[in-house]
Design a protein around this ligand. Structure first.
Ligand SMILES: Nc1ncnc2c1ncn2[C@@H]1O[C@H](COP(=O)(O)OP(=O)(O)OP(=O)(O)O)[C@@H](O)[C@H]1O
Ligand SMILES: [Mg+2]
Length: 266
């Protein structure tokens, strides 16, 4: 993998990092993603970590007696839902990641897309409430973090017209990678994109991806990931979806080993 300016964008799925669930904690012991990020940073690379946290938001909504509602895979976000999303994403999940990276000997700076004007957005569809689509990305806050010797850890929020916005983490990671011209790696809970025969696809072209989305083979949480990969690929960068639970998958992907699904333009 060729790395422009040594930058890499790594999206960590809520499914590989959920501190509250014992099952995920057990998986977390195998998950070396954060260790790899710290090692790469130490070697002089400039990683950006973007995280989700959908499962944690839902768990907190339930604790608060609120219900989670989805439309086409996107969380319908009313005012109360936005408050929970901000508290959980920019608070709990972001700081747990900063703490975990620090415990592994790294130095991390947690920020959200709303901080320093990193992500500006607008309401995507009034029916979805405070769900944002991205208007622009200003990577300056990321450079400041690197200059301070820190790994930036980004919670997927955006700044809209006078309001915070809840942004899909995969989309945020894709747009950040595009703005930086940097490769994009999705660490998730499946070995890659699985085709209609149940096989992991080593390579996925834009045309195949569209066909598999239309036919429903690619569904739910895989849709925004593949779409973000396609956006990144169209922008000339490199995107890959791998299983974050596999030991040192991040390093192996960077070494160009055959892991997961590589999404290519044509
Ligand atoms: N064709 C497909 N191949 C592989 N996974 C698929 C496919 N279609 C749908 N999926 C689903 O997509 C899921 C991965 O997306 P998901 O949103 O659940 O995880 P994540 O993005 O890593 O975590 P989070 O959303 O919590 O940040 C898989 O667990 C699988 O259930
Ligand atoms: Mg997801």
């Amino acid at each position: 993998m060729r790395l422009k300016d040594n930058i890499i964008v790594v999206k960590i799925g809520g499914s590989t990092f959920t501190p509250d669930s014992p099952e995920a904690a057990r998986r977390g012991q195998l998950d070396t993603s954060l260790e790899d990020v710290v090692a790469l940073h130490r070697e002089g690379m400039r990683p950006v970590v973007v995280h989700g946290g959908g499962k944690d938001i839902t768990a907190w909504q339930e604790r608060l007696g609120l219900s989670a509602q989805f439309e086409r895979g996107l969380r319908v976000t009313d005012r109360g839902g936005l408050e929970v999303a901000v508290a959980v994403l920019a608070g709990l999940v972001n700081k747990e990641l900063v703490a975990a990276l620090t415990a592994l000997g790294g130095r991390a700076l947690g920020l959200s897309g709303a901080d320093g004007g990193l992500i500006r957005g607008r309401i995507k569809d009034p029916a979805l409430g405070y769900v944002g689509e991205i208007v622009s990305v200003d990577p300056t806050p990321l450079s400041l973090a690197w200059d301070m010797g820190c790994i930036p850890v980004v919670a997927p929020l955006g700044l809209g017209e006078g309001t915070l916005l809840n942004i899909n983490a995969d989309t945020a990671a894709g747009e950040i990678a595009l703005a930086l011209g940097a490769p994009l790696l999705f660490l998730t809970d499946v070995p890659g994109v699985i085709d209609d025969k149940g096989e992991v696809m080593g390579r996925l072209t834009a045309a195949e991806a569209r066909r598999l989305i239309t036919s429903g083979v690619i569904s739910q949480g895989m849709i925004p990931k593949v779409e973000a990969c396609l956006r990144a690929a169209e922008g000339g960068t490199y995107a890959q979806i791998v299983n974050g639970g596999k030991p040192h998958v991040l390093i192996r992907a960077l070494e160009g080993r055959m892991v997961g699904t590589k999404v290519v333009r044509g």
